[in-house]
Design a protein around this ligand. Sequence first.
Ligand code: C2E
Ligand code: CA
Ligand code: CA
Ligand code: CA
Length: 277
Amino acid sequence: TRRHARESLLMYDGVQEQQMRERYQLLLNLRRALKYDQLSIALQPKIALATGHLAGFEALVRWQQADGSYIPPDQFIPVAESAGLISELDLSVLAKTLDASRQLRQQGIDLPIAFNTCSIDLLRPGYFDEMLTLIRTSGVPFNRLELEVTETQAMAEYEVISKQMRQLLDAGMGVSIDDFGTGYSSLAHITDLAASVLKIDRTFIARMETSPKAQHLVDMILRMSAFFGFQVVAEGIETESQRQYLASRGCQLGQGYLFARPMPPEKALAWALGHPR
Ligand code: C2E
Ligand code: CA
Ligand code: CA
Ligand code: CA
């Protein structure tokens, strides 16, 4: 058994080493993709649940490989974060979001687009100003943009970034707390959140109809938001009964495969032109 333990230890090391090598290769490839501007965005519609009307979009990063496949963001965003590449990535996504916004507006689709930002960005000196400069030079009005920050991170460093979020709100930009309910926020905290929107994580939406706990949490977020004046976006709506339930509880907006998957900007434009607004 001792030899077995030793062998399994060696095997474990082998697996770890393999994982490290893969991660390193991913990092090199990502660095190259950023350098040669090979990342793109997909836009997912946000829908007004009561009317079915198109209400806006979320921009999500996409990384297509030479063979046509895509590496999911959940795999490379953490690598970008730990390797110090996330700020460059997020600014590049913002630039593409601003381009898309201008193109959509030219075709008469004048709706807000949300982009993702992580707290690492907002904590890096200079990032906030770079972001503002990018937006200002693009000419896209602040009230046609929305910043999404995840709750976990938002709460941990809340003091530092709430000032920036307040400034964006004052400029007319929307600020969303992403994946709300998954992080650390205490209920006491919610009253001083510098945010206009709470996004309910799709794990709760998926479990809502089978788990009383998940349903209570969704109900509670909706009641609390009505009380404190937050708009609520439910993410990951996949069924009509989920849509109906959320609409009946006063959830204003939703995203999910029931309505549309994230699409390349040209496809999102065509989709929007054929959809009630
Ligand atoms: P997120 O911000 O919570 O984005 C929602 C994710 O749910 C997206 O996955 C979207 O494609 C997916 N989704 C939307 N509707 C449905 C549905 O009905 N069912 C299911 N099963 N999934 C749905 P995606 O694009 O893979 O992004 C994953 C995460 O990666 C995002 O979660 C976000 O945290 C991060 N991310 C994406 N783009 C960026 C970016 O530009 N910057 C940063 N920092 N993070 C990003
Ligand atoms: Ca998001
Ligand atoms: Ca989310
Ligand atoms: Ca999520």
